[in-house]
Design a protein around this ligand. Structure first.
Ligand code: ZN
Length: 177
């Protein structure tokens, strides 16, 4: 089992728009396995490659209670979506923060698996919002970017408070924008 370091906000790598993956080789399999180990260890339901410092369009997801229904996503894209649903979210890259945003209720996803085989997946509920969260990561988007203006201000204050209470050299103040 190999655990990868999870990049924490505001690490700039979380803002990179990731490149497609075209080499379906052992290195990809290893990356997916290491990402899955890291996700399960952190008790997350999804993990995207930039969260472990890899800027490729790769993610792993498992929303099952039994933790044995892993889905590997390579070059995923949402080709259809419908409805709106509130979604209470957190992120392994923003530990300790949760808030509610809006997501599409139902989606159809096209992606490739670890061998390059294309597949289509129709999803609703938790799986749908988890996929949307991970795909955002591949475009450098975080769930806090989707907060309302008021909630975003609360998040900014929360981050500042974390930084000052930790007094840690490697946790700079929240970015300005
Ligand atoms: Zn996340």
């Amino acid at each position: 089992m190999a655990l990868l370091d999870i990049r924490i906000f505001p690490d700039p790598i979380l803002r990179v728009r990731c490149e497609s993956y075209s080499e379906f080789d052992g290195a990809l399999q290893q990356l997916l396995d290491d990402m899955a180990d890291t996700m399960y260890h952190a008790e997350g339901i999804g993990l995207a490659a930039p969260q472990v410092g890899v800027v490729h369009r790769v993610a792993v997801i498992d929303v099952s209670k039994s933790r044995d229904e892993r889905i590997n996503l390579v070059n995923p894209k949402i080709v259809w979506s419908a409805g709106v649903t509130p979604s209470e979210e957190g992120c392994l890259s923003i530990p300790g923060y949760r808030d509610s945003i809006k997501r599409a209720q139902e989606i159809v996803l096209e992606a490739q698996n670890e061998c390059g085989k294309e597949f289509e997946l129709r999803a609703s509920g938790l799986l749908s919002v988890c996929i949307q969260h991970e795909l955002d990561h591949l475009d450098g988007v975080l769930f806090v970017d989707r907060l309302s203006r008021v909630k975003r201000e609360l998040f900014r204050r929360w981050i500042k408070k974390q930084a000052s209470s930790n007094r840690s050299e490697d946790l700079p103040l929240a970015e300005e924008d």
